[in-house]
Design a protein around this ligand. Structure first.
Ligand SMILES: Nc1ncnc2c1ncn2[C@@H]1O[C@H](COP(=O)(O)OP(=O)(O)OP(=O)(O)O)[C@@H](O)[C@H]1O
Ligand SMILES: [Mg+2]
Length: 1043
């Protein structure tokens, strides 16, 4: 808050001390002289016209004020505009900005500043920008057609303007609606000294190029036009020509077509030209004065511009058709009436053109009906006027200002004080002037001045301004705010300023004397029907459309509402509109009458401050509360400030508010008061504190929301990604497996195909040429084998087992088979051979086999023994019964009977013996004796030793336990040693199941009696075994045998 520190005077008059008119003016002056033109009264902005461009506007300042709250920076119109816009945007409250003040106090400038601020801070975007442009560009167009230089203001608005700017929920402008009030159309035909007509006329003449001027049949010189004030055609600091270009381009921006712009200029031109229509006195044949047009060229040109026959126009201007029930009577107009008709036509055309322009702009900027809008209204209406000669226009203008003052009173002074009482807040009443009585005086439906005026206008009989005045005098003779010569006289007052045809009203802003002359006329605002019909007949599309009542089909005898009634109803609508919105006041003050910078006229400002009720305003404000709000909306807005009320509060609204404020240090009991339904906050500071707290809290909450949202978004994103990843991977896997399966399937099919092919080929191979070789070769092979086998069969060698012959294999490949066959054949032959053998032969062969096993490869005597059959009986035992006796009791056959030589143990000499071998015994006997000498049981034979030579020497080793054994072993020589020993071996085996050990050695030990003799055998030179055997005793234990 920079309310005090470093400020010039006080920035808010609420802080003024002492609170008096003098100090207030002083403060305003001090500030004004220091170029501080804005001062607050609470939330009301007082603006003193600086009459100079101050460096306090523009984007930089807009940005600054946009950032800050109301009291943070110096008082400024931007601060007020910001509050209004923020409230509209964030509190969803429609706003209106009421700009009031005298003519030249700076209302229009203020409204433009507000609009430019809002345009700068509201949303951006192509569409929004074009809407903004259209809204902003409506100003130069309306100013060109509705503003004029007056003695009080070089750019005075000669119409009232209320503009609703409509926004969407985001605060971006959508469009708007302009309502215009009562254009001062009398200015079209007449201006006061030092004043000008509407700007557009001068702009058109100065700015149009020659071609356009020719087309519009105009000349550049303003002096040539009767409707233009010849003395003042230029205004200092105003460039009409360049303004004309701006107006043209503004119209294009708004959306006027080229054709429409041309129409507008044509209508403007013909209004100018109408002023130049010269009327002259004429007389009808019966001597009645009439009028005529002396300047036919001018009328013709107007006719051409209008697309109307000049004769038709002339007739309409100079005559009047009176329609009665039966007939139509045409009467000629005298020159005064004709001039009146001409001027009336010009005024009407111009004012209707102005209305058309406003409607056309509205068409461009209007917003679709379906959209929900927020509205900010800006009211820039003509200021309170006190002229030397005040007429009907001033009367309605001042009435309008009276109504606006009433709004101000109602909303700020009356309503505020009533509210405190209603809410039960201790309050000391502040007196103020309530202008309701003046409003009533003017607008009362039956007894108001406007109602009286309408009554006079409608009343049959002779009606004049003076009868109207008389009526007023009669009705308001006792009214405290009404004065006239008659009422003054009645009260014996003398006032030379009061004319006879005048009445005076004590307005809130001062007394104004109105001259009733032409009140009736202006209120009637009637245009002769001939003129409207003529205009309707014109071919000019725009002009024609301005006079719809000229259409004979639509002609109605019903009177249109009077100007006063129209104005009253439009003011009523305006008031209703303003009451429905949140008001923001800009009180404009004019510092001097001379439009001079730096001049501050105390009296002038004092008057304005008085009628504006600034002081009362300050008093109410000071005693009252800066802010109030119902508990419910307050709770809704600030409940986020307390943990108890946020996010949910279940108690009552008031308790909730108490809870919130109780927790905030700045909200002391002096600062806040609890009304019945509302909370009242004393100073804006507290409200700003609350707002700041709320802003901070919102930031926190926004962060929280953002955090949660971000978390949620990331989670969702992650889950989506995860899902996608799963989906992708499942698809990928699926695809992979499909591919793999496809490959496997293809491979399986390939293998199947190969197998089938292979099978088929196998089945069909025989049919294949390539298989033929194999078949052929196997066939050849088979046939060769067959041939070979058959050949073999037919050519088999003899079945004699001794025959080893075997045909050779015809081919190498049969070699193995041939050998095998040979082997098989041989085995078969052997088997055959064996099968045909008798048991005896078998026995013989067994013996032979046994001999082979025992001696083959061991003893040299074996091979010669092989081919010799074993006869067994070499001594003719069968035929010799003597010998047979030798066997004694021995049963069974004699296996071997032969003559052997026995080596004598003592000398090594040999002696012959007969040896018999039976199944159980070896019997040795002397060949001469018939008695057995020695019988050796086979079980006593422990073993046999032989030499490896061809000799027949062998030793029978006897076991010691036998009876024979005690004599010692037998050393014998046999000629059939192989046969003998074989048979003995077999007999031992048969009898004792013992394998007789037969040792083949060159040296062996023989037991003789008790001593062992080592027999050493050597081969003699004969070496065939048949030679003589010689034994030589070598000591007692050695015996050398040579064979
Ligand atoms: N804030 C301002 N800064 C500079 N000059 C200003 C400012 N306000 C007003 N003026 C000057 O005062 C003149 C009159 O202002 P403006 O036209 O706004 O008055 P007004 O109140 O609209 O009068 P009227 O009721 O006649 O239309 C402007 O043309 C301009 O020169
Ligand atoms: Mg203005």
């Amino acid at each position: 808050m920079t309310l005090l520190e470093g400020s010039i005077g006080v920035e808010d008059l609420v802080l003024l001390e002492p609170l008096e008119e003098e100090s207030m003016l002083k403060n305003l002056q001090l500030r004004y002289e220091n170029k501080e033109i804005y001062t607050y009264i609470g939330n009301v902005l007082v603006s003193v016209n600086p009459y100079q461009q101050l460096p306090i506007y523009g984007p930089e300042f807009i940005a600054k004020y946009q950032e800050c709250t109301f009291y943070e920076l110096k008082p400024h119109i931007y601060a007020l505009a910001n509050v209004a816009y923020q409230s509209l945007k964030f509190r969803d409250r429609d706003q209106c900005i009421l700009i009031t003040g005298e003519s030249g106090a700076g209302k229009t400038e203020a409204s433009k500043l507000v609009m430019s601020y809002v345009a700068a801070v509201c949303g951006k975007g192509e569409e929004v920008n074009s809407v903004k442009e259209q809204l902003l560009q409506s100003n130069p167009v309306l100013e060109a057609f509705g503003n004029a230089k007056t003695i009080r203001n070089n750019n005075s608005s000669r119409f009232g303007k209320y503009m609703d700017i409509e926004f969407d929920f985001k605060g971006s402008p959508l469009g708007g609606v302009i309502t215009n009030y009562l254009l001062e159309k009398s200015r079209v035909v007449k201006q006061l000294k030092g004043e000008r007509n509407f700007h557009i006329f001068y702009q058109l003449l100065a700015g149009a190029d020659a071609q356009l001027l020719t087309a519009l049949k105009l000349e550049r010189d303003t002096g040539g036009y009767a409707y233009l004030n010849r003395e003042v055609s230029r205004v200092d600091g105003m460039d009409d020509a360049s303004n004309f270009k701006s107006v043209q381009s503004a119209m294009t921006v708004i959306g006027f077509s080229e054709e429409e712009i041309r129409w507008v200029l044509e209508v403007t031109a013909l209004v100018l030209k109408l002023g130049n229509v010269k009327l002259s006195d004429e007389f009808q044949a019966n001597g009645i004065p009439a009028s005529g047009i002396s300047d036919t060229r001018g009328v013709r040109e107007i006719g051409e511009l209008m697309g109307l026959d000049s004769k038709e126009l002339e007739r309409a201007l100079c005559s009047r058709t009176m329609a009665t029930a039966k007939e139509k009577v045409v009467t000629a107009l005298n020159i005064v009436q004709a001039q009146y008709a001409r001027d009336a036509l010009a005024k009407n055309i111009y004012s209707r053109l102005f209305n058309w322009i406003v409607n056309r702009i509205n068409e461009s900027i209007k917003v679709g009906t379906g959209e929900k809008k927020k509205v900010m209204g800006v009211l820039d209406i003509y200021g309170f006027e006190i002229l030397e000669d005040n007429s009907f226009e001033q009367f309605v203008i001042n009435y309008c200002n009276e109504k606006l003052q009433q709004v101000f009173i109602e909303l700020t002074l009356k309503e505020e004080q009533e509210e405190y009482t209603r809410e039960g807040i201790p309050w000391k009443k502040v007196d103020y002037f309530d202008n309701g009585i003046i409003c009533n005086l003017i607008e009362h439906n039956q007894r108001g001045i406007l109602a009286m005026l309408d009554e006079e206008c409608l009343r049959p009989g002779v009606v004049s301004d003076s009868t109207f005045l008389a009526k007023l005098n009669q009705l308001f003779s006792k009214h405290s705010h009404y004065e006239s010569k008659v009422t003054q006289n009645a009260q014996r007052q003398y006032d030379h300023t009061m004319g006879l045809s005048c009445f005076r009203i004590c307005h809130y802003a001062g007394k104004v004397t109105y001259n009733v002359n032409s009140f009736i006329d202006k209120n009637n605002d009637l245009l002769f029907r001939d003129l409207s019909q003529a205009m309707w007949k014109a071919k000019h599309p725009l002009l024609r459309s301005l006079f719809p009542e000229g259409d004979p089909k639509q002609a109605s005898l019903k009177r249109p509402p009077t100007a006063g009634a129209q104005f009253k109803s439009s003011v009523a609508i305006l008031m209703k509109n303003l009451y429905s919105k949140n008001p923001n006041y800009i009180r404009c003050i004019k510092p001097n009458e001379h439009q001079q910078r730096g001049q501050f006229s105390r009296e002038l400002v004092a008057t304005q401050a008085r009628y504006l009720g600034l002081l009362e305003n300050v008093r109410v404000r000071r005693a009252g509360y800066a802010f109030r709000q119902g508990y419910r909306p307050f709770l809704e807005r600030y409940r986020l400030l307390s943990r108890s009320t946020w996010p949910r509060w279940n108690g009552g609204d008031r308790e909730g508010v108490e809870k919130i404020l109780g927790e905030l240090s700045a909200c002391t009991s002096e600062e806040v008061t609890f009304g019945k339904t509302k909370i009242f906050i004393k100073s804006p500071k507290t409200l700003f504190y609350l707002e700041e707290q709320r802003r901070l809290r919102i930031q926190q909450l926004a962060t929280l929301i953002q955090k949660i949202y971000r978390g949620w978004r990331c989670r969702t994103h992650y889950q989506q990604m995860r899902k996608s990843q799963i989906l992708i991977s499942s698809w990928f896997r699926g695809t992979m497996q499909k591919k793999r399966y496809g490959k496997m399937k293809a491979s399986a099919l390939l293998i199947q195909a190969f197998v089938r092919g292979w099978k088929a080929r196998k089945d069909y191979r025989k049919y294949f040429r390539s298989g033929a070789a194999l078949t052929l070769s196997s066939f050849i092979y088979k046939s060769l084998a067959q041939k070979f086998l058959l050949g073999l069969k037919n050519n088999l060698p003899s079945t004699s087992i001794l025959d080893k012959k075997w045909p050779a294999a015809p081919y190498k490949c049969f070699t193995t088979a041939n050998q095998e066959l040979q082997r098989l054949y041989h085995q078969w032959k052997c088997k055959k051979f064996r099968d045909q053998l008798s048991p005896k032969q078998v026995e013989v062969l067994r013996e032979k086999l046994c001999a082979s096993e025992l001696f083959k490869g061991k003893k040299a005597a074996y091979p010669p023994s092989v081919p010799v059959p074993f006869r067994g009986d070499y001594i003719g035992l069968r035929g010799n019964p003597k010998l047979q006796k030798l066997t004694g009791r021995e049963e069974g056959p004699v296996l071997m009977a032969e003559t052997v030589r026995k080596v004598n143990r003592s000398n090594g000499k040999t002696s012959s013996r007969i040896l018999l071998l039976t199944k159980g015994h070896v019997i040795l006997t002397d060949s001469k004796k018939t008695q057995a000498k020695t019988v050796i049981g086979l079980e006593s034979v422990a073993g046999v030793s032989v030499t490896s030579f061809q000799d027949g020497l062998f030793c029978l080793h006897l076991s010691e336990i036998s009876s024979v054994g005690s004599k010692g072993d037998f050393l014998l020589v046999s000629e059939h040693v192989v046969e003998l020993l074989t048979k003995m071996y077999r007999a031992v085996l048969d009898t004792t199941q013992r394998q007789l050990p037969i040792t083949v050695a060159e040296q062996f030990s023989v037991k003789f009696k008790e001593s062992n003799v080592t027999v050493k055998v050597t081969q003699g030179s004969g070496g065939n075994g048949n030679g003589k055997l010689s034994c030589k005793k070598k000591g007692s234990h050695g015996l050398e045998v040579t064979v």
